[in-house]
Design a protein around this ligand. Structure first.
Ligand SMILES: CSC[C@@H](O)[C@@H](O)C(=O)COP(=O)(O)O
Ligand SMILES: [Zn+2]
Length: 214
């Protein structure tokens, strides 16, 4: 146990229940294969609830959710937080209005990350579902989903994410050969963003498949 618990235990129970229920649904979609993926929710101005590293995300129980501070240190738990905790805490630290972060490894996300690693982004343009992203009110817009090179060194990835965030608001990014990070003010918004990204990436892949087959 690294530091004394200083969060509201009822808030942790509430966030854990919400994470468990939502992650089970995402897992049933096949988006969390082989224990991959990680998930978190803000507890307060200095703590987040996050999945314990290596747990089967389709079968999470309360013991699989732990608390970290925004330096990524375990709070009130002897478990090891997600190996990618820094990619969560950097967002909570930087944006007061980020309340939930969802990282998945769906097939659409992984294949798209490989296909678009060269250009370094996937352009999503002209889709009605672009209105699912906070701030978009029309399909007559485009967003470029960044694709970062993968790394096991989280500070390297986090620095690349910070540089992207300096350029303006965004709701997610891909990591090459890896998966997608998406976030929002709360679980509902983060899920809407995650599902919109996954659906639209699937559309882009399908369009290319059909073009090749023509
Ligand atoms: C099981 S391989 C996937 C991991 O390396 C990682 O990318 C991941 O998403 C889950 O890591 P975790 O430490 O369980 O949060
Ligand atoms: Zn991952």
């Amino acid at each position: 146990m690294d530091s004394a618990a200083s969060y509201d235990p009822q808030a942790l129970r509430d966030r854990a229940a919400q994470l468990i229920a939502n992650v089970r649904e995402l897992s049933q979609l096949g988006w969390t294969p082989a224990t991959s993926s990680n998930f978190s929710a803000r507890l307060d101005a200095g703590h987040a609830a996050i999945t314990v590293s290596g747990r089967d995300k389709g079968r999470l129980v309360e013991d699989d959710i732990m608390v970290v501070d925004f330096d990524g240190r375990a709070v009130g738990s002897a478990h090891r937080p997600s190996a990618e905790t820094l990619l969560h805490t950097q967002l909570y630290r930087r944006f007061d209005d980020v309340g939930c972060i969802l990282h998945t490894h769906s097939r659409h996300q992984t294949v798209a990350s490989r296909l678009f690693a060269g250009p370094g982004h996937v352009r999503l343009e002209g889709y009605e579902l672009l209105k699912a992203f906070r701030g978009n009110e029309t399909h007559e817009t485009a967003i470029d989903v960044p694709v970062l090179p993968n790394s096991q060194h989280m500070p390297t990835l986090a620095a690349q994410v910070d540089a992207l965030l300096d350029r303006g608001p965004m709701w997610g990014y891909l990591i090459d050969g890896h998966g997608l990070y998406a976030w929002g003010r709360d679980m509902a918004e983060a899920r809407r963003h995650l599902e919109a990204f996954d659906f639209l990436l699937g559309c882009e892949l399908e369009i290319r498949r059909l073009a090749v087959a023509r």
